[in-house]
Design a protein around this ligand. Sequence first.
Ligand code: NAD
Length: 716
Amino acid sequence: MFQGEAIRLSALGDGLLEMTFDRQGSQVNVLDGRALQEWREVNAWLATQTGIRGLLVTSAKDVFIVGADIGEFAAIFSLSDEALVSRTLDANSILNAFEDLPFPTVAAINGYALGGGLEMALSADARVMSESARIGLPEISLGIYPAYGGTVRLARLAPLGQALDWVLNAGMHTAREALDAGVVDAVAAPAQLRDEALHWLRKLASDPPGPPQRRLRKLAPVAASPYEIAQAAAPFRRQAQDAEERRHLPAARIALEMIQAACACPRAQAQALETASFPQVAKSAQAAALIRIFQNEQAVKKLHRPGAALRETPVRAGVTGAGIMGGGIAYACALKGISVRLRDVSQKQLDVGLAEARRQLERQLKGGRMTAERVQAVLGAIHPQLDGAGFESVDLAIEAVVEDPAVKRQVLSELERRLPAHAVLATNTSSLRVSDLAQGLQRPQRFAGLHFFNPVPMMPLVEVIRGEHTDADTLARATAFVLKMGKTPVVVRDCPGFLVNRVVTPYLRAFIRLVSLGADPYAIDRAMVAYGWPMGPAHLEDVVGLDTGARVLDVIAAGYGERMPVLEHDILRRMAEHGVLGQKVGAGFYLHATDAQGKATRVPNPALAPLLASVQPAGARDFTAQEIVDHLMLPMLLESARCLQEQVVSTAAELDLALLLGLGYPRYLGGALQQIDQTGWDEILRRCEPLAHLGPEYQPTPAMRDMARSGRRFFN
Ligand code: NAD
C-alpha cells in the first residue's frame, strides 16, 4: 500500500492496517527528515481512504524509534528563528494529522522509544509497551527540549509532576513506570507485544464512533487549576535555576516556564508556545556543546567497536601495590565481576585496601543498593596476598606501587617473569615515561600504561599509554580491559603528563602566577566555580595534595622547560615546604573538617596569610572575574590545541571527552576544542594578546594562527 525507505503500510484484513517503521540499510529507526516526509505522505493517503477501522504502528527493528537524527541538528538549528519555528510547526502538523485520523491508532513499543520516537508514539490513541522496553525524552541532556508536541501530550497523559520529571530530568523509564504514569495503556511480554497491541486496536475499533475521551484529553488544556499547576512545578523550579546558575544550562528553566504556560492552553496554542521558545534552546552555545559531547561519546565508542570480541573474553587480573590506587583498581575490577589478585609487601596496606572496599560495600548494602550476596561476591573476587602465587595464570597485571622508578623497574621485571607470555603488563605511573620503564623488560611490546584517576571507583576515564614498543594487540587488550571495568579508555602517546595532567598544568600554573601577581586564591576559586568548574584550583590542589601538585609541576617543567619552566614565586611549593599539604592533613588553602552530620566542611585557612605574602612581591591586588578566567583558561585552551597537533591523542573527540571525564571540564562548554571552535580562534588570539608578555603559554603557535586565518575548525 505504501513502501518507503523508512515506513511501509500493509493491510491486516478486517479494515485494519499496519504502519511499520523499518529504515532500509540501518539497524535502527530514526525520526529524521526522510521518515517525517514519508509519514506525511502516509497520512495524506490514509485521509483519502474509506473503510479503515484502525491502524497499528510497529517497528521491524529491535528498537521502536531511537529519536531524531542528531546529524541533522546542526543544519536545522542554524536556520533563522523564524524558519526554525515554521519547520517545527510543520513537523507538528504531521503528528497532529496522525492524531486526528478518523479511526483509532495503537503503537506497539519495543526496545527503545526515545525523544521524537516517544513523541511519535504519544500521538497514537493508545500505547502497548514491551516489558523489556525503555522510553524517555532525553532532549534536556542535549540542551534542548522535545518540540514535536512531546511536552504538550505528555503533560496531558501523565500527572503533571511526572510529566515535568520526565522532560526535565531526561530519564529512561521502564514499562512499569510508564504504565503507572499513564503514559502507556498496557504492558506485554516481548513475544506477545504485537498480539496485545492488536487486541487493543480491535477493542478501540469496536467502540461506538465519536472522539473517544482519550483524544479529548489530549486536545484540551491540562485538567488542573493554576494553583495545582504551580504546586506541581515548584519542586522543579529550584533544580532548573540551579542548572542555569551553577552549570550555565538554561534549557530546563526555559522548558519549565513554557510547559507551565502551555498547561492552560488547548493543543494548538500549547504547541505554538512549545515551538516559539524552541529557537532559544536549539540555537544556544550550550546545546551545541552538549550535542558535541554526545557525538564525541558516539565517535569514541565507534573506535572501540573492533575490540568487541576481546571484551567477551574473560580476564584474570593482578594488581601489585595495594595503596590508594591499587586498592581502588582491585575494587573497581571486582565490582564488574573481574577476579583480581591484589598483592602488596605490607599486610597492613592489604588490610587498608580491603577495608576501604568493605566500607564502600557496607554503605551500598545499608542504602539498599546491593544485596548481602552481591557484597560477598564482590569481596570474594579480590584475592589479597603477600606473595606472587597465582600470577602465572593472570592475563593482565597492573603495577601500582610507589612512584619510584627503581622500585617500579624491579617490581615490573619480577612480575614479567611470573606472567604467562600472552599477558599484558601495565603501569599506573602518573609521571614516569612508560618507554623508560620498559627498558630492561624481556617483552616491552606487551607493556603499556594504564593511567587511572583517583578515586578509581568514581572516575570514568583511563588513559591507555602507548609506549614506544607497545604493540597493537597489547593496546587492544588493555583497552578491552578498561571497557570491561565499565570505564572509558583513551589511547594517549607517551609524553610527560600524558594528556590530562599536561592540559591541566598550564591552568594550574596560571593560578600560581596570578597568586604571585597579587590575586586572592579564594577569589580565584569563586570565579572559576562561577565559570562552571566543579571546584576552583585552590580547592583542587587541596584535594590532590600540595606536595603531589608541586611534583606534577616539576614533571611538566622537566618535560616542557622552554614553555613551562619552574615558576619563581610558587605558592604550592611554599605550602609543601611548610607541611601545609591540603585535605590529607586537614589544612591547605582551606581548613578541612567534618560537621556533626559527617558532611565535609571547608573554611579559608588563616595561617596562609604569611605564606601568601611571601610569594607576592608586589603585594595583593584585585582581579576581575573575567581577568581570572582569561588568565586560567587561555593557556589550557592553547595546550589542548597543541596536544592534538602533536597527536597526543588521535582525534578531537577523544581529547574533549578525556577532559570532560578526567577533569570535570564544564559540560556547557563541551570541551577545550569545542570551546575554541565555538569562541573562534580570532577571539582567542585577541584575548591572548594582552597576556602574551607572561610567556609562551599565552602565545598561540603559527599553526593556531593559521587555523584562525583559514577558518578551519576542530569539528565539522
Ligand atoms: P600508595 O603509596 O598509596 O601505594 C603504594 C603501595 O605500593 C603501598 O601499599 C606499598 O606498600 C606498595 N608497595 C611498595 N613497594 C612494593 C613492592 N615492591 N611490591 C608490592 N607492593 C609494594 O600510592 P598510590 O597513590 O596508590 O600510587 C601508586 C601509583 O599510582 C603511583 O605510581 C602513582 O604515581 C600512581 N597514581 C597515583 C594517583 C593518586 O592520585 N594517588 C593517581 C594516578 C596515578
